[in-house]
Design a protein around this ligand. Sequence first.
Ligand code: FA5
Length: 341
Amino acid sequence: MLDTLEAIYQESLAALRDAASSAELEAWRQATLGRKGSVQLQTRRLGELPTEERPAFGRRVNEIKQALQQAYEEQAARLRAQDLEAQMASEAIDVTLPGRKPWRGRLHPATQTLRQIYRIWGDMGFQIYRSRDVETDEYNFELLNIPQHHPARDMWDTFHTTEPGVLLRTHTSPGQIRAMHEYYPEPIRLIVPGMCYRYEQQTARSEFQFNQVEGLAVGKNITLADLKGTLAEFARRMYGADRAIRFRANYFPFTEPSAEMDVYFGLETEYDRRLTKGTGWLEILGCGMVHPTVLRNGGYDPEIYSGFAFGMGPERIAMAKYGIEDIRYFWSNDLRFLEQF
Ligand code: FA5
């Protein structure tokens, strides 16, 4: 029986050395040192021995139990160290690698363009004047020489509020009247940036919500040549001297004479054709000499004062600058578009 015991001891030691994971190690512990393990079973056979051999056998079983327990603990410590090393190798951090750049937001292309526009007009001596988004019919239309039922009202499809006579401004032009009321009789040179709203079909060139930057210069001896020269200078600063621009005669009730300014966009693709209605030119602003009635409505005597005004579309200006073929990209929040700026 002692021989069997020694054989079990040697086999168990060999099996312990083969245990390569903590799961295998635990299985070994139960099979060897557990309550029904091979060594424990030997203790129960003590009764089968002659009395005089029992003490020696019992002692040997205990020695073997202790030796195996110690060997088990050593093997467990080795496996733990091995696991830790493997984990450290797999999760190693190379502190010498360059760091990852944190993702940074940036300004919306419309905001970037607005800021460029502010800078150009600022350099030319125009200050920024803020006017309200929610307007009255009086300021949005009547004081701009567009009375009730005037057919020109069709040019501005309007979002009305539930309050009679209160609407979302369809253009920044009411800012002209508000500024004149505020600054009379000073000479005026300002721009009025802001959102405008029109109950309009969305197309590649038209949104129902878009920015405008109004411009107004009022003083003595201001002429159409000043208007043309100033806007041409704006285009030169925005697009560079090589970019073709043109003025077209047009009609606005609040200016006389009136015009629109186009920038050459291109006529190479189907998109270009659709956006520019087959002409290659993109309209970016309306302008003209302030109508005498409007000057009078603002408090300025048209016999003494004259002025010019314009209303430009920053999204259109950005489209012509960066070759954007559809205005709907601006407010659709598509990161593939926004991240290009
Ligand atoms: C006006 O709104 C006039 N108030 C402009 C003006 C001001 C004329 C002062 C004379 C004196 P118009 O509707 O054409 O005009 O708009 C002016 C510019 O705003 C356009 O050239 C275009 O750049 C931009 N714009 C107009 N409608 C839209 C739209 N639906 N979506 C995007 N941009 C638009």
